[in-house]
Ligand binder design. Structure first.
Ligand code: OGA
Ligand code: MN
Length: 198
């Protein structure tokens, strides 16, 4: 946890391999697959409220929101760890993060999500983005990497490429860092979520 917090402090983003225990990640992966097969996912939209639209040219993932009020047992390990992270972020940075909202995401073969920020225009309640990847045996060449530009506010200059490997957790300041999901050649699974302020 300390390294993650130090990275957020220093550069505003972090990527941690094996952040979640293997068996917790596997349980989440299995749940994600089951719920996909039962048809619980919906095409993700762009914008919010009345303006929410499916826009194929921007993003092609399918999502299922996590019911944080009544989580499934498969999610307990991850949500407990996220809660520790939320408290640690508040303690260190006085962020006043009070809630978590998140969804499973599935990118079918060929899907992508073009460069964006995670804050809807005119809102600021999403403060920290967290992404947990659920892909065992990810290989170079499988695509679906996260490209994150590392200069706050800029969609140019230096960037990192992060492989969506099982158990890796990526965190960054939601309003500051441009990022995109490169086209994937295999089905790609993850949980994206945000710690929010009031
Ligand atoms: C998102 C997003 C990145 C990823 O859902 O907003 O940018 O690597 N996801 O899944
Ligand atoms: Mn995003």
């Amino acid at each position: 946890m300390k390294e993650l917090l130090d990275a957020i402090d220093l550069v505003g983003w972090s990527s941690t391999v094996a952040w979640l225990a293997e068996e917790d990640a596997q349980r989440l992966r299995a749940e994600c697959e089951d719920r996909w097969e039962s048809g619980a996912f919906r095409r993700a939209g762009v914008g919010r409220g009345e303006g929410l639209q499916v826009r194929d040219e921007i993003r092609q993932d399918h999502v299922l929101w996590i019911e944080t009020a009544e989580p499934m047992v498969e999610q307990d390990g991850y949500l407990a760890r996220l809660e520790l992270l939320r408290l640690a972020l508040n303690e260190r940075f006085f962020l006043g993060l009070f809630a978590y909202e998140g969804h499973f995401a599935i990118y079918p073969q060929g899907a992508f999500y073009k460069a964006h920020l995670d804050r809807h225009s005119g809102t600021n309640h999403r403060v920290i983005t967290t992404i947990l990847y659920l892909n065992p045996d990810w290989q170079p060449g499988d695509g679906g990497e996260l490209k994150l530009w590392t200069t706050a506010g800029e969609k140019s200059g230096d960037f990192v490429i992060i492989e969506p490997r099982m158990g890796t957790l990526v965190c960054f300041l939601a309003g500051d860092f441009w990022h995109e999901v490169l086209p994937t050649t295999k089905t790609r699974m993850s949980i994206t979520g945000w710690f929010c302020q009031r």
